[in-house]
Ligand binder design. Structure first.
Ligand SMILES: [Zn+2]
Length: 369
């Protein structure tokens, strides 16, 4: 096994749990948030800065790296870790999500997906075997099976056929995957249908993956529906394997996801909104570009210990963003990532002390959506 999961503490009242993930590039405590480095870089951050914030694993996108600079080039450079000088964990997605998001630019068959590059319109083909080959060349610690993310809304028949194909594709990924120093995760689909989620979990467990992701959530459905799906799906997953909820990264969703027993999360949200001038705090979001902050000389979040909050005021950061200074983006990105990584750390502490529900209650008292 390339990675192993050790359960450290199970919350006595909820599904929340603290665990430890052993990977070829370090040992990380879960639940964990993975910053997204689409193009082999977490935008605006150096690897050292990420480490200083306590980032353990980052996520990189197979679709983007396959198109540019190409997986062969990354392999030639010695793999993704060496290429980008990141010696901690990396997870790559399968490229499926991006390819399916291309809409009219792609065509699905049982064999795989034909698509046109969003960059130059060139024609490509991604199959379970190809997605696995690309991810083996990139060399992340954890790679994902090639799946179709069932869109929302989708009727039961479409969701069933798509989910069954995802399982067949997962089996092909497993056959194609030969790197022993890499873990392959299966992805649970099933749309918003409990019977299909159950079917998907059972079929994937039979294939025995190193971990299980829950895909097809946070795709536009109302949050209560997402929570209903988590409540149904997570308990079906084996407790001795990591569980990863894909594409979720707001504090409220992280908190609820942890409560249902999720161990890993990723999302472009904190870094993307940072570059648009929105910052996260324990009280909710601030649009730091707004005029109300022009003479606000307090830090973004007085309770935050990040480099940005220790040194700079809202007024200064607003000024940098208004004048389109690069440093402004670095400051907001630093804060948002530090904030979320620290939030995960506090949740782990609360679970270890068996006071997760009290922690959750306190969060909701202060947090404004
Ligand atoms: Zn901060």
């Amino acid at each position: 096994m390339a990675i192993t999961y050790e359960l450290i503490k199970q919350c006595s009242k909820t599904g929340a749990r603290v665990g430890r993930l052993y990977t070829p590039h370090g040992v990380f405590d879960t639940p964990i948030f993975m910053p997204v480095g689409t193009q082999a870089t977490v935008k605006a951050m150096s690897p050292d800065e990420l480490k200083e914030m306590g980032a353990g694993i980052i996520l990189s996108n197979t679709y983007h790296l396959y198109l540019r600079p190409g997986h062969d080039l990354v392999a030639e450079a010695g793999g993704l870790h060496k290429f980008m000088q990141w010696d901690r964990g990396i997870l790559t997605d399968s490229g499926g999500f991006q390819v399916f998001s291309l809409g009219p630019l792609r065509k699905i068959t049982e064999e795989g997906v034909t698509f046109r590059s969003h960059i130059d319109g060139s024609k490509h083909f991604l199959s379970p075997e190809k997605a696995t080959e690309v991810q083996m060349a990139l060399g992340a610690d954890i790679i994902m099976a090639f799946d179709e993310c069932v869109p929302y809304p989708a009727d039961h028949e479409y969701a069933r056929q798509s989910t069954q194909r995802t399982t067949r594709w997962a089996e092909r990924c497993k056959k194609a995957h030969t790197r022993k120093d890499q873990a392959l995760f299966g992805i649970v689909q099933g749309g918003m249908y409990k019977d299909l989620r159950t079917m998907s979990v059972q079929d994937l467990i039979a294939l025995d993956f190193s971990g299980y992701a829950i895909g097809g959530l946070s795709v536009g459905e109302p949050k209560p529906l997402m929570y209903e799906m988590l409540d149904h799906t997570v308990p079906l997953l084996p407790s001795n394997k990591p569980r990863y909820l894909m594409g979720v990264g707001t504090p409220d969703c992280l908190l609820e996801g942890v409560m249902y027993g999720i161990d890993m999360f990723d999302c472009v949200f904190p870094t993307r909104v940072a570059r648009n001038g929105t910052v996260m705090t324990s009280r909710g979001r601030l649009v730091i570009k707004n005029a109300e902050f022009s003479r606000d000389f307090r830090p973004i979040d007085p309770e935050c210990g990040c480099y940005t909050c220790r040194n700079f005021s809202r007024a200064y950061i607003r000024h940098l963003l208004k004048t389109e200074e690069i440093f402004g983006l670095r400051l907001t990105t630093t804060h948002n990532l530090h904030f979320l990584l620290n939030f995960m750390k506090e949740m782990r502490k609360a679970i270890l002390d068996d006071r997760f529900l009290a922690f959750r209650e306190e969060f909701w008292t202060h947090y404004r959506k």
